[in-house]
Write a protein that binds this ligand. Structure first.
Ligand code: C2E
Ligand code: MG
Ligand code: MG
Ligand code: MG
Length: 283
């Protein structure tokens, strides 16, 4: 962690801070060339109906395997992609890649499957975002009503007027909107009501807390209620064990995603996983 030290009213950059800045610049160059060389790829995490464990869709998650074989997580490189503006091109590539995968899945018989794609606020704010989305849908032939975009709650709080209009434009393309990491921000009820969103994703931290203290489930419970009152779909993310799934079910949470059901998978592994699910259900 970088620390600045304050002495007699002056700020000094500590040595570790210089190292961190250099490291960021280095990573930015590596990311740019890695993206061009095809080092980025997507993993797909199944999303299921909690009552039946039946899959209905997947979330596309970005992965980076560097030239020397190291895996770098999106939590580390997305901020750098945002900061450098690279996220605009990377985000378009992610969207096209995920939509093409959706088309392949449909061709393979998974006709009701939905694809969820994360969108960064830098990407979303870009003036051509909606045009880019429309073209990606057209070029890939992906059906808009089986596509969902995930925006974060913190982003949903900024620039309300602009956001309301942009979300309306996105909705007109036919894709739906989920608010990711819900519960970590401070969206007011009235604000939420003005946004044309379709689904709330309960942040993993609140799913983790659910089995802890008696009050541990209160935020998850509140989000589920909120979804019900506003007529929004609700999905719990990061469900890791049966106890969590059980409590979520008893709270009336309809949908879930997490290691309990499946880790993020390669396209081939996803197809195989979906095939196995069908067999399990038939048995
Ligand atoms: P997110 O959208 O909230 O995605 C959920 C994260 O939780 C993913 O981490 C997923 O692998 C992880 N996860 C899922 N189930 C479980 C579980 O049961 N337990 C635990 N411990 N973790 C679980 P990942 O793939 O590392 O992604 C981290 C974040 O990076 C994402 O959070 C999202 O904000 C961002 N991200 C990923 N792909 C993209 C992308 O294509 N574009 C943008 N803008 N952001 C992305
Ligand atoms: Mg997400
Ligand atoms: Mg999330
Ligand atoms: Mg998250």
């Amino acid at each position: 962690r970088a620390k600045s030290q304050q002495r007699a009213g002056h700020f000094y950059f500590s040595r570790s801070m210089g190292v961190e800045i250099r490291e960021r610049v280095r990573m930015m160059h590596a990311l740019r060339s890695g993206f061009q060389r095809g080092e980025l790829f997507l993993a797909y995490q199944p999303q299921v109906d909690l009552a039946t464990s039946r899959p209905f869709g997947a979330e596309a998650l970005l992965r980076w395997r560097t030239e020397d074989g190291r895996m770098i997580g999106p939590d580390r490189f997305i901020p750098i992609a945002e900061y450098s503006g690279l996220i605009v091109d990377i985000g378009e590539w992610v969207l096209r890649q995920a939509l093409a995968e959706l088309v392949r899945l449909r061709a393979g018989g998974h006709r009701d499957f939905t694809m969820s794609v994360n969108v960064s606020q830098v990407q979303f704010r870009h003036p051509h975002f909606v045009d880019m989305l429309r073209r990606a849908l057209e070029d890939t032939g992906a059906p808009a009503d089986y596509v969902e975009l995930e925006i974060t709650e913190s982003m949903a709080m900024e620039e309300p007027a602009l956001l309301v209009e942009k979300l309306a434009q996105v909705k007109r393309t036919g894709v739906s909107i989920a608010i990711d990491d819900f519960g970590t921000g401070f969206s007011s009820l009235s604000h939420l009501q003005r946004l044309q969103v379709d689904r709330l994703k309960i942040d993993r931290t609140f799913v983790t807390e659910i089995t802890g203290s008696a009050r541990g489930s209160s935020i998850a419970e509140m989000v589920i209620q909120l979804g019900r009152n506003l007529g929004l779909s609700v999905i719990a993310e990061g469900v890791e064990d049966e106890r969590q799934a059980h409590i979520l079910r008893s709270l009336g949470c309809p949908l879930a995603q997490g290691f309990l059901f499946s880790r993020p998978l390669s396209p081939e592994a996803l197809l195989e996983w979906l095939g196995n699910q069908a067999i399990i259900e038939a048995a």
